[in-house]
Design a protein around this ligand. Structure first.
Ligand code: ATP
Ligand code: MG
Length: 335
């Protein structure tokens, strides 16, 4: 029996940016932005990629979109390898994978009317012409719950949330199977954030879209995502179904991130874990487990031996030596 490939497969992806310096501008080091990232996304599935600033989330998105070339590893779309496609063959990829960025204002051309912004990908990919264009744009306006008369207006006439709806309509226009949302709601007010998250969730149901939802905020993904991947310094340290991850986080870093997420039930509480120390530099990541310099449970082995991302049951994977020492897992959470 042949296995249906996932929509997207990212395999051992690496991106090292050369650091230039000195008088002659030679290469003096590397920024290890991604150091072996592996995950997949099924059709119609949302995977959230979370972690602190600088851990490599946007670099994952850019490598999938081929806005940057990976240093190593593979990216597959529907069973076809896309990370090594020559520039001349990127067109179909540009149609199938779309992106919505954090700041819709800078990604929407201020001199174009909304109609033309949304019509542009339709024309570019030869998906509509003549009178069809207005019909398609009007339908997309309905899809993202914007009034049709907004078509005649310019981006500056809209609020942040509405602009993000325009950005989503443009991403939907070419009929993409995967939308990468890179901090797409991070700059919005709390209530608007929730509206856009609900819209994305509805669209996913209606259109069978797959989403890679990139966010530094674990709280925002709880109502949207099927699975969560937690990144730390260029690596995934834990990946699991949403419910499993929120109920039973295995990696101390996931626990620390989760401890900052408010619990809706006032009688329940999570002990807050405050991480000490700064995120280490990706130019010289710590030896062994990259999290060991900030981990409340660190022991000798963590400093020398890198923990692999291992199955810990029910599709949950974690990269932590603690899981091999069940007794230690019983330690109280750090204050
Ligand atoms: N073009 C580049 N040249 C050199 N270093 C880069 C480049 N792009 C990103 N980096 C570095 O790679 C690392 C990962 O960056 P990335 O933008 O992927 O992080 P992020 O998780 O998206 O962070 P944020 O939450 O702040 O958006 C950072 O240390 C960043 O400084
Ligand atoms: Mg980013």
């Amino acid at each position: 029996m042949t296995r249906t490939p996932p929509l997207l497969e990212v395999n051992a992806l690496k991106k090292h940016f050369p650091l230039r310096g000195g008088l002659l501008g030679g290469i003096t080091g590397q920024v290890y932005a991604l150091d072996g990232v592996t995950f997949s996304i099924e059709k119609g599935e949302t995977l959230s990629l979370v972690g602190e600033s600088g851990c490599g989330k946007s670099t994952v998105g850019k490598a999938i979109l081929r806005l940057i070339d990976p240093t190593d590893g593979e990216v597959w779309l529907d069973g076809a390898r896309i990370d090594n496609l020559p520039a001349s063959q990127l067109r179909p990829l540009r149609r199938r994978i779309q992106v919505v960025f954090q700041d819709p204002f800078s990604s929407l051309n201020p001199r174009m009317r909304v109609r033309d912004i949304i019509a542009e990908p339709l024309r570019n990919f030869g998906l509509a012409g003549g009178g069809d264009v207005d019909d398609r744009v009007a339908t997309l306006m309905d899809t993202v719950r914007l009034p049709r008369d907004a078509m005649r207006r310019f981006p500056h006439e809209f609020s942040g949330g509405q602009r993000q709806r325009i950005g989503i309509a443009r991403a939907l226009a070419p009929g993409a199977d995967l939308i990468i949302c890179d901090e797409a709601v991070s700059a919005l007010d709390v209530s608007v954030k929730a509206q856009i998250v609900n819209l994305l969730s509805d669209l996913q149901d209606e259109l069978g879209l797959a989403l890679l939802f990139i966010s530094h905020d674990l709280a925002i993904v709880e109502h949207l995502t099927h699975r969560v991947a937690v990144m730390y310094l260029g690596k995934i340290v834990e990946i699991a179904e949403r419910r499993t991850l929120f109920a039973n986080p295995r990696h101390p870093y996931t626990r620390a991130l989760l401890s900052a997420v408010p619990v809706p039930d006032p009688t329940a509480r999570r002990d807050r874990i405050i991480l000490t120390g700064d995120v280490p530099s990706p130019i010289s990541p710590p030896s062994g487990c990259r999290f060991h310099t900030r981990c409340p449970y660190v022991f000798d082995r963590c400093r020398t031996e890198e923990p692999l991302l291992r199955d810990v049951g029910e599709g949950q994977k974690a990269a932590c030596h603690l899981d091999e020492l069940p007794a230690l897992r019983m330690l109280p959470q750090a204050a």
